[in-house]
Design a binder for this molecule. Structure first.
Ligand code: NAP
Length: 358
């Protein structure tokens, strides 16, 4: 198969760097354009990220000498060379919206990590193992905007990946109320301990805007397409607390849940194990073999030991036990810059290729 030519918008940032390493040997995609702000324009990639490479892998050899383009100034040249852009931009929301829409209007598939377009009615927000059918909203979007080939799809916030996945497998027990505390690593803020030394030996009890996203985004993912938009799921009601902790990578969640139909522990574990993963048979290159891995050990999952499970695309779970106020509680973990950002976006792009949208 001839590789699909892709570009990374925001290639110099933390998520952009993760895209670069994950796409370096991708069987379907070939990175042919790296773009960032005007300050990085004209520099070769290894110079542009010098002193701020934040990934535990080498800069891919094939990308070291690629000259960075400007996301906005070089837009017309970039769209001539690529079929798909991964957006990992961090700038003012209106500007991101304008940029992503412009690329889509120029026949680009835009797969975005940013929250700007997540609540736009005709933009699907997809986790491939959960709501791949929302992809059909792209047809509505193209019609609404008069775009022939281009479109925008988004992936949800990094902190919800673990508990939304697990609760999806428990749908038949009708989850009613969820209380979740997410303990989020510093790479979620695009930082390392070198660039954020204040986080060593520290915990910050607030992450701006994150609790609202953690409570609302799952309802769009679990929603249904009705009258050309997503009708939000009504249950479960989620209450979230988001905390920054001194860990480099991996977001851990502590989740309590009450159900309409009270399951036993055996029934819960069986539902998780036997979940009918809608993309399992597609054999997409970035899909984990096991979507959710349950640990029997009381001291697992641990960030350092388990965040890289299934190349960072697996969801880990453990400590399933009864809750005095809800019905059950558990711990879950997912890698925030892989499953929660670049890896999740690449899996989504693979699904789009498989379904003929790219
Ligand atoms: P980051 O490290 O701050 O990187 C931001 C990128 O945006 C850089 O490449 C930067 O280029 C570029 N940029 C900034 N201003 C620009 C401009 N005016 N024009 C063009 N490019 C510009 O941010 P990040 O942590 O990688 O996050 C990127 C996006 O992913 C954000 O929207 C974030 O919310 C989302 N996200 C992050 C995570 C995570 O775990 N970190 C998870 C999910 C989603 P220069 O280097 O040239 O300035």
């Amino acid at each position: 198969m001839k590789k699909i030519r892709v570009g990374i918008l925001g290639a110099t940032g933390m998520v952009g760097q993760r895209f670069a390493t994950l796409l370096a040997n991708h069987p379907w995609f070939e990175v042919v354009a790296l773009a960032a702000s005007p300050a990085s324009k004209g520099k070769i990639y290894q110079k542009a990220v010098k002193g701020r490479w934040k990934i535990d892998k080498e800069i891919p050899k094939t990308l070291k000498n690629v000259v960075i383009q400007s996301v906005e100034e070089d837009i017309d040249e970039i769209v001539r060379r690529v079929d798909l852009v991964f957006s990992a931009l961090d700038l003012e929301k209106n500007q991101i919206k304008k940029i992503e829409e412009y690329y889509a209007s120029k026949n680009m598939a835009v797969v975005s990590n940013n929250s700007t377009n997540r609540w736009v009615e005709d933009v699907p927000m997809i986790m491939p193992e959960i709501n791949p059918e929302h992809i059909k909203l792209i047809d509505v979007q193209r019609k609404n905007r008069g775009w022939k080939k281009g479109f925008i799809v988004v992936k949800p916030n990094c902190s919800i990946q673990s508990y939304v996945s697990i609760l999806t497998t428990l749908h038949k027990f009708q989850p009613q109320k969820v209380h979740v505390v997410s303990m989020q690593s510093i790479s979620g803020a695009g930082k390392t301990f070198d660039s954020w030394p204040e986080m060593v030996d520290n915990v910050i009890p607030n992450i701006a805007g994150e609790e609202e996203k953690s409570e609302k985004e799952p309802l769009k993912i679990w929603g249904k397409i009705r009258s050309n938009k997503i009708a939000l799921a009504k249950k479960p009601e989620i209450s979230a607390t988001c905390i920054r902790i001194p860990s480099s990578n991996g977001h851990m969640t502590s989740v309590s849940v009450s159900f309409g139909i009270k399951p036993s522990k055996k029934q819960l574990l069986s539902a998780i194990k036997n979940y009918k993963n809608p993309i399992e048979k597609l054999h997409l290159p970035s899909a984990p073999r096991e979507f959710i891995n349950y640990f029997e050990e009381e001291n697992r999952p641990q960030s350092k030991l388990d965040r890289n499970l299934e190349n960072g695309m697996g969801i880990s779970m453990g400590r399933l036990r009864e809750d005095k106020h809800f019905d059950w509680k558990f711990i879950a973990l997912s890698h925030n810059t892989i499953r929660g950002a670049a890896g999740g976006a690449i899996l989504l792009a693979e699904l789009l290729v498989n379904k003929g949208y790219i």
